[in-house]
Ligand binder design. Structure first.
Ligand code: UTP
Length: 470
């Protein structure tokens, strides 16, 4: 688009300040700023401004009627175990038939961890230097070997980390998976704005852009051609997972089996909340519609409510592991579909009217980001299923630099999982008085994917405080 046209368009939406430094920019800077501005959906920003930022926008929504929703719980009796075994068999059948593909969302900025570069490059191995990307890749390789299927892999990145992610995969030789069986797709950006809805400039020559949230994955799957790619290989079922959870049971056959048996369009895994305060969203009904009830939207009395046996009424914490039906994602994308946006106040690096970086005070949130969440697709599914999974087998994310959900806690959970698998196979694992594993253990996914095949290691000698890698 011609620059005067672009400027006119920005002006019509009260956003032509983004060209305030135009006269001082070089040719390449101008081209890049113009390309960013051209990609902005100004009408959408106007709509979000009205919806979220203008006077009256914060009017409380109609009172929500929140209720727990049904969950397939971990097997408790013989009947449950039979159903679980049948679901497992069904999932394995789908895997063997090549109907299943993997979809990793890795477009986030990992701000809480404070890492430079893609979070997937973070070395999570309890003993070695196995990165999150490598761990996921090795699981996919193990699935391929186990089920004799292609199990294609789609990796969603964002502008913030796309180049680095691709470079990492290249450097690692695609972890031996074959470049033709891995596809990258890039999610869209959303501009950050001031509380008044004005676009923020990160530098005089660039907008403050951020990935549009993991909900951007629904559109990215479509726009990138990934859905067609999957269809072309006969894949109709997609296993969705997050980059920061190395513990996840990738392509868990039982989960896929329950999903297929129910004819579900979207399925979700949940864990029992640690306690009422744990800040995770729970899956439940909101005015009769299934979805994730965000932590901040669950009133304290409801969060604390218990069942007659003393357990929490709203216990089903969402862990962002899903199965998606390809036809469902195709249907969602008909007619310029977009998931709803959510507003988040954030500290956004930006320049002021003088073109100099604005110094933010500690904790100051100067900007507003708009994000979409993948779980907002849940109420749109004709059939959706929720399955409980033991936290210790499926959810050990790396979110924070320290404390809960940190590298230390995630590595301890991996070690503990490997220890439990070895113990189940008859191996003696040293444990401390508090029950924690007194060793560092790392199992390659090729050695065991879901805990199987470890009998041959039952005589393994693990010294207290020692390291074991198999
Ligand atoms: P989080 O919400 O935990 O965000 O993402 P994050 O970017 O990793 O970390 P913070 O909040 O900045 O500290 C959960 C998963 O969703 C992906 C992330 O890469 C991660 O796998 N995600 C998040 C995207 O792919 N795109 C996004 O826009 C946001």
């Amino acid at each position: 688009m011609d620059f005067s046209e672009l400027r006119k368009r920005a002006k019509a939406h009260g956003q032509d300040h983004v060209f305030a430094f135009w006269d001082k920019l070089g040719e390449a800077e101008r081209a890049s700023l113009a390309a960013q501005a051209e990609a902005v959906d100004f009408a959408l920003i106007d709509r979000l401004k009205k919806e979220f930022l203008e006077a009256g926008a914060a009017a409380p929504a109609a009172k929500a009627k929140l209720e727990p929703s049904p969950v397939i719980v971990t097997p408790k009796d013989e009947n449950d175990r039979k159903a679980y075994a049948a679901a497992w068999a069904e999932g394995e059948k789908a895997l063997r038939a090549g109907r299943v593909g993997c979809f990793l969302v890795a477009g986030g900025q990992g701000t809480r961890l404070g890492l430079k570069g893609p979070k997937g490059c973070f070395e999570i191995g309890p003993v070695g230097k196995r990165s999150l990307f490598q761990l996921h890749a090795e699981k996919i390789a193990a699935l391929r070997a186990q089920y004799g299927a292609k199990v294609p892999w789609i990796v969603m990145t964002s502008d913030a980390n796309d180049a680095d992610t691709r470079k990492y995969f290249q450097e690692k030789g695609f972890f031996g998976l074959g470049a033709d069986s891995v596809m990258f797709c890039v999610q869209e950006n959303m501009p950050a704005v001031t509380p008044e809805g004005k676009l923020l400039l990160e530098t005089p020559a660039s907008l403050a852009l951020a990935p549009n949230g993991h909900g951007g994955s629904i559109k990215a799957l479509n726009d990138s051609g990934a859905l067609k790619w999957l269809r072309g290989m006969g894949v109709d079922t997609v296993f969705y997972f997050q980059v920061d959870n190395g513990l996840n049971r990738l392509c868990d056959p039982a989960f896929i089996g329950y999903h297929l048996r129910a004819g579900a369009e979207m399925s979700s895994k949940v864990v029992r909340k640690r306690d009422w305060k744990e800040p995770v969203g729970v899956i439940g009904f909101n005015n009769g519609k299934l979805g994730v009830i965000e932590y901040s939207d669950l009133p304290e009395d409801m969060a604390k409510a218990t069942l007659p046996d003393g357990s929490l009424r709203f216990w089903a914490g969402s862990i962002a592991i899903h199965v998606l039906d390809v036809g469902f994602v195709e249907r969602l994308n008909k007619g310029g579909f977009q998931l709803p946006y959510h507003k988040a106040k954030k500290a956004v690096p930006c320049v002021g009217a003088d073109g100099q970086p604005v110094k933010l005070k500690a904790g100051e949130k100067n900007g507003v980001k708009f994000e979409t969440f993948v779980f907002d697709a849940l109420p749109l599914a004709r059939t959706a299923l929720t399955m409980e999974t033991p936290r210790e087998d499926d959810f050990g994310p790396v979110k924070n630099a320290e404390g809960e959900d940190s590298p230390a806690s995630a590595r301890a959970m991996l070690t503990d999982q490997y220890a439990r698998w070895l113990e189940a196979a008859g191996c003696k694992v040293p444990r401390k008085a508090d029950g924690s594993v007194d060793a560092r253990i790392e199992l390659a996914p090729a050695t065991s994917l879901f805990g199987e095949g470890l009998a041959k290691h039952k005589d393994l000698k693990i010294k207290p405080g020692g390291d074991v890698v198999i």
